[in-house]
Write a protein that binds this ligand. Structure first.
Ligand code: ZN
Length: 201
């Protein structure tokens, strides 16, 4: 016989938990045990929350965000700046920027980056709808908040080309020294980018 220590329902729970980012088989077992011990306070409410989310999650047709309503909560928020559109690769990036709490703009989720090696071309991303939105909503500034990776920057250049005919101002996130970072620990590429993107003190 194998090393099975629990019934199929619990084994299945562990297998599924182990697929979550940041959880390996060992931490999945620990999480499953914790849930089993806290059956009433945690396992049951979590099961309800998962089911409710599973039934209601939709992709916002305006911006590509994941939410339980379409248009999403951010697109419905009238207090948000309508002149600025922040272009991100994924919903995770959108949420990260929201956590930073410095922008009150609207977003546009591309759904990935251009990656010829992986066969991801312009038609696989939400690019046509970006051009439409910029024109229809009279957006004044597009902030390219894409990753500082080769694919991210390739995608940024492509977006700049797509929007070349519109009068919109296009900006990108600064590249350089992280907050609290020490120069001695930075790689040469980051240091060079920081010097190139220096600002007036
Ligand atoms: Zn939305």
């Amino acid at each position: 016989m194998g090393e099975r220590v629990a019934g199929p329902e619990i084994e299945r729970l562990i297998q599924l938990l182990a697929r979550l980012p940041g959880l390996g088989p060992r931490s999945a077992r620990r999480a499953a045990l914790h849930l089993i011990r806290k059956r009433e306070e945690l396992l049951a409410p979590l099961a309800d929350a998962l089911r409710a989310a599973c039934e209601k999650i939709v992709t916002c047709r305006a911006c590509g965000n994941a939410d339980t309503c379409d248009p999403c909560t951010l697109c419905r928020d009238e207090r948000r700046d309508r002149d600025t559109l922040v272009v991100v690769e994924t919903v995770a990036d959108l949420w990260a920027l929201e956590r930073a709490g410095v922008l009150s703009a609207r977003y546009h989720v591309l759904g990935g980056t251009l990656s010829p090696l992986d066969g991801i071309g312009p038609k696989d991303l939400n690019l046509a709808s970006l051009v439409e939105r910029v024109a229809a909503d009279r957006v004044k500034e597009v902030i390219l908040a894409v990753n500082a990776t080769v694919d991210g920057q390739t995608t940024a250049h492509y977006v700049v080309g797509l929007l070349a005919d519109s009068k919109v101002k296009i900006t990108r996130l600064a590249h350089g020294v992280p907050v609290g970072g020490e120069l001695d620990y930075l790689d040469e590429g980051t240091l060079a980018a920081a010097i190139r993107s220096r600002t007036v003190f």
